[in-house]
Design a protein around this ligand. Structure first.
Ligand code: NAD
Length: 253
């Protein structure tokens, strides 16, 4: 019988310094996994490590790394395999938003950085992790896409394009590796209470957004982490190339 018990499994979570990535790392540890978190923000990572230590001492490690840098990501993978003896789960979660602007007004630098982190960072994370992941009998690669990976939004063309591309990458790579046993899926959060959302919206805008969500509230990082744990576990072993929307019904037509 398959369970969500992740005892003995080893995970990497990118963007683990805050928000969804931190909640994901803590949920994976709570469910028995050992986990390495990486982020560009060392201070936030240390806080994630402190919280992981409170759940299960010794089950967490952290390393400062930018997901778009292959050398730094190779060091993160090496840390996981040397400290914990392998790699079973990767949650490629790091991502950035963009200042709101009509597509014609987005500076090229902004476009390039959003694509670099959200799409190329996912690709680099995937390629550096794949050799170790391929050795696992329970390999699960999970990307954080977005509700905006399946619908458009005014003023966010760079972000929306990057997240649609994430969904496309997941579908194609899932087909490449389905027979080898590396499962590849995505979670697509709706509006989730994290520093990313809170820093880019006013209270008034958030009140209007909340009113439009069928569930009547924003998601929490823990809501998204629940789907990540499920996708990481054998409970979802026949789920391949899926993008699981977790948005309180926001994207129902
Ligand atoms: P967040 O800003 O709270 O956390 C993201 C973390 O990623 C931060 O700690 C940041 O330092 C880190 N990061 C940024 N660039 C990085 C890089 N180049 N390398 C490594 N780490 C980096 O944001 P969040 O809301 O938790 O977002 C996590 C993911 O969820 C992102 O991919 C985001 O696009 C996606 N998402 C968020 C929402 C939402 O409403 N919050 C909705 C849909 C999708």
């Amino acid at each position: 019988m398959s369970t969500s018990d992740l005892s003995g499994r080893v995970a990497i979570v990118t963007g683990a310094g805050d928000g969804i990535g931190r909640a994901s790392l803590l949920a994976l540890v709570r469910n028995g996994a050992s986990a390495v978190g990486c982020d560009v923000d060392e201070g936030r990572l240390q806080e994630t490590l402190r919280l992981a230590e409170k759940i299960r001492p010794g089950a967490g490690r952290v390393r400062t790394a930018d997901v778009s840098d292959p050398q730094q990501m190779a060091e993160v993978v090496a840390l996981a395999t040397s400290e914990f003896g392998g790699l079973d789960i990767v949650h490629a979660n790091a991502g950035i938003s963009q200042p709101v602007a009509a597509a014609g007004d987005i500076p090229l630098d902004t476009w390039r950085r959003v694509i670099e982190v959200n799409l190329t960072g996912l690709f680099v994370t995937f390629q550096t992790a794949l050799p170790a992941l391929s050795e696992s009998a329970h390999a699960s690669f999970i990307a954080t896409a977005s509700g905006l990976g399946v619908v458009g939004s005014p003023g966010l063309a760079a972000y929306v394009a990057s997240k649609h591309a994430v969904v496309g990458f997941i579908k194609s790579s899932a087909l490449d590796y389905a027979r080898s046993g590396v499962r590849i899926n995505a979670v697509a959060p709706g509006m989730t209470e994290t520093p990313m959302l809170m820093s880019s919206t006013s209270e008034e805008v958030r009140a209007n957004m909340t009113a439009a969500i069928p569930a009547g509230r924003f998601g929490t990082p823990e809501d998204i982490a629940g789907a990540v744990v499920w996708l990481a576990s054998d409970q979802s072993k026949y789920v391949v190339g899926a993008t699981i929307v977790v948005d309180g019904g926001d994207s129902i037509d």
